[in-house]
Design a protein. Structure first.
Length: 338
């Protein structure tokens, strides 16, 4: 099955719908007002009205039947607006555990990315607001329904992180540990898309700024040093976007799961999703760094939006832990003992 970069007619509609929604309903002021918890309940209810909760759940489970590729489009729009709602986590949770309450958005779901230790999942994304957490406990993947704490430890990205119990609450066993690899791969893919959105919007912000900011009687964007500092960003962003869409494409059952480093051929979903997550994370960090840098001292001011993108680019890529560990794990998947 060939990888096609083009959008279908339905995907174009999805992009127009959600880009318009987040542009209108989640400007930067909404993210700023949601700090420090990082959640806006009103915006979440509006997003549920568009069917986001169950959009990527198969129709036989009551969902919209959208593909992971469709969900990637939505996740990029979330990142571009740094919308303070758990779209990525909930979509992944609903696909893993398609019960009615998750599919219809009656409750919020999320995933714990690291196994529980002594019955506790640490720093669960959206853990401060989620009703259902899915994660690994011992040799099992379980879904635990319990009350959300509603508070999060302070963090630079203002994300609703929380420690959650893997044993207290209504507990459902979903499968063995190996089944969780796909759940993580889906989270990697959608988070990569959100990081692409952050990078793209950061580039848009700085390009507009250097056109408007004048020094020595001319826009600072006319200076070659500024142009050189931004010239590599479009290529990095497009590369991250392509790799993210390839990861979503590789998630389809009809795609052969290939890992052939000698031919530079990778279509294994777990491998490509890790690549996408790591590359998009690096791109988002670089793009926000350049954007903030060319704002001068204003970039660190809370009144300017770029500092929120700068903080989230770094925070979102660390939710799953130290990226260096992910690089080691990726190398093992790609090359094994070679």
């Amino acid at each position: 099955m060939a990888f096609d970069l083009g959008f279908t007619a339905d995907q174009t509609t999805i992009a127009d719908l959600f880009n318009g929604f987040f542009t209108n309903e989640s400007p930067a002021e909404v993210a700023r007002a949601a700090e420090p918890l990082g959640f806006n309940a009103n915006l979440w209810q509006k997003a549920l009205g568009l069917g986001v909760a169950g959009m990527a759940v198969p129709e036989q489970h009551g969902g919209g039947g959208a593909s992971l590729s469709d969900a990637v489009i939505v996740a990029e729009a979330v990142g571009a607006s740094i919308a303070p709602i758990p779209v990525v986590e909930h979509i992944v949770a609903a696909r893993a555990h398609p019960i009615t309450d998750l599919v219809e958005g009656n409750v919020i779901g999320t995933v714990a990315l690291t196994p529980a230790v002594d019955g506790t999942w640490s720093y669960v994304p959206a853990g401060a607001i989620a009703d259902i957490v899915i994660g690994v406990d011992g040799n099992e993947v379980v879904a635990v329904r319990s009350s959300a704490p509603g508070v999060a430890p302070r963090n630079h990205a203002c994300q609703p992180l929380a420690h959650r119990s893997s044993r207290h609450g209504d507990r459902t066993v979903l499968g063995n540990v190996s089944s969780f690899e796909r759940i993580v791969a889906e989270w990697n893919t959608l988070t990569a898309a959100a990081l692409v959105g952050i990078a793209q919007r950061s580039l848009d912000i700085v390009v507009q700024y250097v056109k408007e900011r004048h020094q020595f009687g001319v826009p600072v964007g006319s200076f070659q040093a500024v142009q050189h500092g931004l010239a590599d960003l479009p290529g990095l962003i497009d590369g991250s976007r392509i790799l993210t869409h390839k990861a979503a494409w590789a998630s389809q059952p009809e795609v052969a799961q290939v890992v052939e480093p000698e031919f530079n051929e990778y279509t294994d979903f777990k491998v490509v999703s890790s690549m996408a997550f790591l590359f998009a994370g690096e791109t988002a960090v670089h793009a926000t760094d350049r954007s903030l840098h060319f704002h001068g001292g204003y970039g660190f001011s809370e009144e300017y939006d770029i500092q929120m993108y700068y903080r989230r680019a770094r925070g979102w890529r660390l939710i799953a832990g130290d990226p260096r560990n992910e690089y080691v794990a990726l190398a093992d998947k790609m090359f094994g003992d070679n």
